[in-house]
Design a protein around this ligand. Structure first.
Ligand SMILES: *Cc1c(COP(=O)(O)O)cnc(C)c1O
Length: 365
């Protein structure tokens, strides 16, 4: 028996997360120069990092010999001011991925169930299985969450429900009123994680105020990230908002210094950069039109998206992806999400979108 066989069955059953291919890797593999490659595969912000965050990082470099502030005082203060949530209702994470894992480690025991939707974010089953929890995947409705079916899937064994709104990789959106009604119906002993990784991209008309629900639902945890609209994916920083008793437990489980100094400094500065946020959302709206117009012209089906990406039906997703890679364009095949005929394309700069659009007909042929 090998040492790997000693790991629990539930660990060995985990399928590894498949990240978007890094630009440097494709350049190596294809002998391309990095500057010629367009990456639209990981829902990153095409505008890069906010200038305010960049300056903050440069300043923070001088203090890197010191441990980070394990309580993240400055960032939590800024978040508290922004959100109206008291500091004891905020937990910081090494990306919001970290928040999702903390939830699993804190609220799931081996055998406990975590409910989420088919085609929902890949980290929900990963975090669940890593602690021996049982993933309960509820069939999607029109590629989105079927909240009625998810509610019906809750049993005595359910510890956590994960909802991604908007969802990745399908981009689907649930109006706030539906989530609020769901919270009303869920037993209070079940933690509901509302993953709002793309919330900053929502239009004024779609926006809803989940934070105002926290007072009524102590079993609600909202998770958000600086990786998408704030442009800090490489630094890894996200946060959770919830009832102080829940946040207290998550804080006990997390690593004492789970968010690094550069990430804390950058996030604190980025939070105040409303101009960058507005610019990001605006660029995204225009890019979404640019891509979906192209899909229309090619008679391709796509799923209307509320995120910074759009998912399009291309036939053999892996094959089309390979042909795009050969032309220096990286997008994301989502066979691992049970959608082998589809590709997820992140919204880039207008010229990056144009490169993808130009490469697409040849890749489809
Ligand atoms: C990108 C994403 C996240 C978080 O990413 P982090 O970089 O870990 O903050 C969380 N949920 C969804 C649905 C996402 O798409």
């Amino acid at each position: 028996m090998s040492i790997a066989d000693q790991a629990p069955d539930y660990i060995r059953a985990i399928s590894p997360y498949q990240p978007g291919k890094p630009i440097s890797e494709l350049a190596r593999e294809m002998g391309l120069i990095e500057a010629s490659i367009v990456k639209l595969a990981s829902n990153e912000n095409p505008l890069g990092i906010s200038p305010l965050a960049k300056e903050a990082v440069a300043r923070a470099v001088a203090e890197l010999a010191r441990y980070p502030d394990g309580n993240g005082f400055a960032l939590k203060s800024a978040l508290s001011e922004r959100t109206g949530v008291a500091m004891n209702g905020i937990v910081l994470g090494n990306g919001s991925n970290d928040i999702l894992e903390l939830v699993a480690r804190t609220f799931l025991t081996p055998g406990a169930e975590a409910v989420f939707s088919q085609h929902a974010f890949a980290v929900y089953p990963l975090a669940t299985m890593a602690v021996g929890g049982k993933p309960v995947t509820v069939p999607a409705k029109d590629f989105g969450h079927d909240l009625a079916a998810m509610g019906a899937a809750i049993t005595d064994k359910t510890g956590v429900v994960f909802i991604a709104n908007p969802n990745n990789p399908t981009g689907t959106f649930l109006p706030g009123a539906q989530i609020e009604a769901f919270l009303q119906a869920v037993p209070e002993r079940v933690l509901v994680v509302l993953d709002e990784a793309y919330t900053e991209y929502l239009s004024e008309a779609d926006r809803y105020d989940a934070i105002s629900w926290l007072a009524r639902f102590p079993n609600l945890l909202i998770s958000r990230t600086f990786s998408k609209a704030y442009g800090l994916a490489g630094l890894r920083v996200g946060y959770g908002l919830g009832h102080p008793s829940v946040i207290d437990l998550l804080n006990r489980v997390r690593q004492p210094f789970n968010v690094n100094s550069l990430a804390l400094a950058a996030a604190t500065a980025a939070l105040g950069d409303d101009e960058f946020l507005a610019k990001s959302a605006d660029l995204n709206r225009r890019g979404m039109v640019q891509l979906t117009e192209a899909f229309k012209a090619l008679s391709l089906e796509w799923i209307p998206s509320w995120g910074n990406f759009v998912t399009v039906k291309v036939g053999d997703g892996d094959a089309v992806c390979r042909k795009l890679l050969a032309q220096g364009v990286i997008v994301r095949p989502i066979g691992g999400y049970g959608m082998p005929q589809w590709l997820r394309v992140s919204i880039g700069l207008p010229e990056e979108n144009a490169r993808f659009i130009a490469a697409l007909p040849q890749a489809l042929a």
